[in-house]
Design a protein around this ligand. Structure first.
Ligand code: GDP
Length: 400
């Protein structure tokens, strides 16, 4: 199977990145085996890979084989997708999150650079202990969740549920999920962040069979649970996937319900940053001001066999450019940025600058580690780092 390549001029990509309303930063969280990897594959295949258009140059490739893509995505710290929604282009960053909950805080480091989380729940297993752990971690970092109820095919083929029973099962999962939000969300967001299927904050589908819908989409198209059961019983699941591709349901949900970076930073910064929010720097961070001082939170360090150590992080304020002098607050060292890159699909491409609100890959900051705060060298004496991250271990299960 092949993945499309979508060519865009660098200037066009930069103009999207400069408008926070057209940027979303999200990631996928799930209990192990609930379908995080399969869902991500399905998003990549559906949306296609963005590639820079170089004037006068023949395109290196016009599609990528799925196996090749797998190899590229295994170690990607971020995958940027290009998606058009209601005639408007968006860049949606999918930050890599670890496949399993661990005790080292990796999930939290990824959460720091995201504003929204796609939580995947297996329709048969429902909300499990790791679902609870990741939702709790997301709430600590003020990351807004949306829900994907996956493996609906299992309810039909394995449990042989009727359309009514399927609906009941979905209602139960949504209720359990909202209970987690009720338990762990900041009081100001408890009600706002509970997911409502009628508002398109829940998608249901099968990542394996690549179909998915939200309730408003289904209602608009006249799709009923009985049609979905029929699709499996009468063998037209491929048609279902053609008409209701999973990537559209999920990316629509993310564009509509994950806040853009400048909106999210207004409530996230007071919680995740240690400095004075009334200072000029604090204000630049609250606004995600591209003209403010540079502040970047690093989520991951990767070793590139050719280039060397690559830092991936989120620009919270300012605009980072090649040649910039920066200061690493935790490592207490000054560095010079040798190159700035943007993730295009799972590839990195050189880009002259990356403004606030976006995910950047940096070459030249070798002493950085995940969790580092990088700032413009000019503000090193006044800059505060981000809060230490809380490591949440799994809830203790007591058997009665
Ligand atoms: P992860 O651990 O959350 O990344 O889960 P994976 O994406 O690796 O999926 C775990 C297993 O569930 C694999 O065997 C997948 O093929 C399977 N799986 C994923 N999505 C679906 C689905 O929609 N339906 C069914 N029946 N199986 C699925």
């Amino acid at each position: 199977m092949a993945v499309r390549i979508i060519e865009k001029k660098i200037e066009d990509i930069l103009s999207i990145m400069r408008n926070p309303a057209q940027v979303r930063n999200a990631g996928t969280l799930a209990h192990v085996d609930h379908g995080k990897t399969t869902t991500t594959d399905s998003l990549l295949m559906g949306a296609g890979l963005l590639s820079p258009k170089v004037a006068g140059k023949a395109l290196a490739m016009d599609y990528v084989e799925i196996e090749q893509l797998r190899q590229m995505t295994v170690k990607a710290a971020n995958i940027s997708l290009y998606f058009e929604y209601e005639g408007k282009p968006y860049i949606i960053n999918f930050v890599d999150t670890p496949g399993h909950v661990d005790f080292t805080g990796h999930v939290t480091r990824s959460l720091r650079v995201m504003d929204g989380a796609l939580v995947v729940v297996d329709a048969v297993e429902g909300v499990m202990t790791q679902t609870e752990t990741v939702v709790r971690q997301a709430m600590e970092e003020m990351v807004r969740p949306v829900l994907f109820i996956n493996k609906i095919d299992r309810l039909i083929k394995e449990l042989r549920l009727s359309p009514n029973e399927i609906q009941q099962r979905i209602v139960e999962i949504v209720k359990d999920f909202n209970n987690l939000i009720d338990m762990y969300a900041d009081p100001a967001f408890k009600d706002k962040w509970k997911v409502d299927p009628a508002k398109g904050q829940v998608a249901l589908g099968s990542a394996l069979h690549k179909w998915g819908v939200t309730i408003p989409q289904a209602a608009k198209a006249g799709l009923k649970f009985s049609n979905i059961v029929d699709a499996y019983e009468k063998n037209y699941v491929d048609e279902l996937a053609q008409e209701f591709p999973l990537y559209k349901a999920i990316l629509n949900m993310i564009v509509e319900h994950v806040p853009p970076p400048n909106v999210a930073q207004k409530y996230r910064i007071p919680k995740i940053w240690r400095g004075d929010i009334n200072s000029p720097l604090g204000k630049a961070l609250l606004e995600a001001d591209p003209d403010g001082p540079t502040v970047i939170a690093v989520s991951k360090m990767n070793k590139d066999p050719h280039a060397g150590l690559i830092a991936t992080g989120r620009v919270f304020s300012g605009t980072i450019r090649e040649g910039d002098e920066v200061y690493l607050i935790n490592a207490k060292t000054a560095k010079r940025v040798l190159q700035t890159y943007l993730y295009m699909g799972p590839n990195r491409i050189v880009i002259p600058e990356v403004p606030a609100g976006n995910i950047v890959a940096l070459l030249g900051v070798d002493d950085a580690r995940a969790g580092e705060t990088i700032v413009a060298a000019s503000i090193k004496d006044v800059a505060a780092p981000f809060e230490r991250m809380k490591y949440i271990s799994e809830p203790v299960v007591t058997v009665a």
